[in-house]
Write a protein that binds this ligand. Sequence first.
Ligand SMILES: [Zn+2]
Ligand SMILES: [Zn+2]
Length: 295
Amino acid sequence: MVALLRAGRPRLRDHQPLLTSGYPIDLHTHSIASDGALTPTELIARAAERGVRIQALADHDTLLGVAEAVAEGERRGVRVIPATELNTESEWGDVHILAYFVDPKDDALEERLRWLRENRGRRIELMVEKLNALGYAVSLDRVREIAQGGSLGRPHLAQALFESGHVPTYDSAFDTLISKDSPAYVSRVGLAPLEAVALARTHGGVPSLAHPGTVVDVERLLPQLVPAGLVGMECYYASHTPAFTARCLRLSVRYGLVPTGGSDFHGRGEHGVDLGGVFVPPECIAALETHQARR
Ligand SMILES: [Zn+2]
Ligand SMILES: [Zn+2]
């Protein structure tokens, strides 16, 4: 649509702001520092071109991409908020905690994150072993190559399965082999949801519950996470229906949580939207900063 509009009105491009379909705030993005496809520089450049002005880099269990993203952000006029997404393992389903405003130079935090990354790596090794035992030949070296030194994750494994022809599409690797209850799945050894919130708070972070639609019973989990220091909830997310977004917003009012949002962009078409593809209200930034100031 945008391309068509641009093609039809080429002369306007020199005189009008760049026509983009992105919103200016995106508080949930990933780079190759974890399981995204773009370098932090490429990610921020793409975001800038789409009109994003405030962006959180929230790689899983790492802040190693932040410095590069901040540098590119300074060149491009994008404010980069340092963040990390902490996945957890519990009976509550996929509880992911986004920790905003953490310090990439916090050595004690980096030590905890390194422990989490090593666990991620061991889990992927075990999944490769399982796949090989099941007759899907995948090499750990190839998975590491795809990760390009980033924190290993299932998207890298899915890519390896897809390119070796074991599955017809990237997504079908998840659907048939490596999602929970699939034959090659190995559960994570890691933080419980409360521990993730506590880890963020201990290190001066501002925690928000990511994509609450993947939580088994968010109404029952929130009364535990809020007293532990949860500050926000990702009410704005591409796969949420309007009804679910409204439900999240009601819950955030009830628990005094800041509604956050983002694309969860990884760069391979996951989650269906590009950078800046989800509306996030501008006032949420100041609200998160208030909590940062209180720490
Ligand atoms: Zn997540
Ligand atoms: Zn994410």
